[in-house]
Design a protein around this ligand. Structure first.
Ligand SMILES: [Zn+2]
Length: 345
């Protein structure tokens, strides 16, 4: 039983970089770095270029428009951030915890977001190096801290989704770096899905989604579209209303939801289910003579014996890979029975 009140770990359920990063520092009980270091810690070399220096001279950072990069020097152990108001405004907007209405620097920050999103998508080594730097920090956590971190992210996703949809459409559309609702939904859903895996990799992925979503905001849509294939597309997640919170609830308590079958194939044992060989991945439904009434089907391509039963059915290929199970025999049977009643067959 976790003795912490979730609210204690979560200051603000807002998908903005400063708030998200803060979850890590709260859980690990370490001080939050100043803005330049904070950005550079989680997105190394994507926003800030560190200039050579003897680390003893303060030199104001500089933003180079054509590079969309901030050049800064290290003063003792910190990236020196004084002496340039423009940088203060740009980083304040990226971190998202300080608001001002300098339109020019809002636009600059947005150009930086676009640039990072594009690099994540187009440059092969960017995503792996982001994951490495996250791994470096998360892997140092004690088991107990890691569990608390998992729980904190879990609650954050739920509260963040709730807070977002408590705002009306006008508020959502006019806030700083507004999201398309679909992009917001996808980021939160992907993070939450990864947390449902309850393993280390899932925790890293969830944290990466939250970091990217909160820093890049709507520009994260580009990342979502590229990495879509490795995540469950939202439209495939069944829920009664299609609302994000409903979809999250479904991940936690699939048993509260019923499958619906809308097809007309009522002869098969598992209508509408596509079977793939567990060994060679060949599409079994297309193999000559295939019937799902057999308890086992021997793959005609590789000879592997594939069990054909409700236990083998997953909502998506991603669920199969993560062993996140959605369907039960009973659920499938009742969906088919309801369809039979509907169609009078
Ligand atoms: Zn096979």
């Amino acid at each position: 039983m976790n003795t912490h009140e979730p609210e204690q770990n979560i200051r603000q359920p807002e998908l903005r970089f400063g708030y998200v990063a803060d979850l890590y520092y709260t859980v690990t009980d370490t001080p939050v770095p100043k803005q330049l270091d904070l950005l550079n810690d989680w997105f190394p070399s994507l926003i800030i270029t560190e200039e050579d220096s003897n680390k003893l001279i303060k030199q104001a950072p500089e933003y180079i428009d054509t590079e969309r990069m901030i050049h800064a020097v290290r003063y003792h152990n910190y990236l020196y951030s004084g002496g340039n108001n423009r940088i203060t405004h740009i980083t304040g907007k990226l971190v998202g915890t300080a608001f001002s209405n300098l339109e020019k620097e809002r636009k600059t920050a947005e150009l930086i977001q676009k640039n990072i999103a594009r690099k994540i998508v187009n440059e092969m080594d960017v995503l792996p190096s982001l994951i490495d730097s996250i791994h470096e920090k998360i892997s140092c956590m004690e088991q107990e801290t890691m569990e608390e971190f998992h729980y904190t992210l879990y609650m954050f996703c739920l509260m963040c989704a709730e807070a977002y949809y408590e705002k009306d459409e006008w508020e959502r559309d006019t806030e700083l770096f507004p999201f398309d609702d679909e992009v917001f939904d996808q980021v939160i859903y992907n993070a939450f899905y990864q947390l449902q895996k309850y393993d280390y990799e899932g925790l890293l992925n969830a944290w990466l989604w939250l970091l990217c979503g909160s820093l890049l905001r709507n520009e994260c849509g580009r990342v979502c579209r590229t990495y879509d294939s490795s995540f469950v597309p939202l439209y495939k997640a069944p829920s009664e209303t299609g609302h994000l919170l409903d979809k999250l609830r479904y991940l936690v308590m699939p048993e509260e939801y019923e499958s619906i079958y809308t097809g007309n194939d009522l002869e098969d044992r598992f209508p509408g289910i596509e079977w793939y060989c567990d060994h060679c991945n060949d599409h079994l439904n297309e193999q000559k003579g295939f019937t799902d009434h057999l308890p086992v089907w021997q793959c005609r391509k590789c000879g592997y014996l594939n069990p054909i039963s409700a236990e083998q059915i997953y909502e998506t290929a991603e669920d199969h890979d993560n062993d996140i199970r959605r369907r039960t025999e009973e659920d499938l049977r009742s969906a088919i029975a309801r369809r039979k009643e509907e169609t009078g067959s």
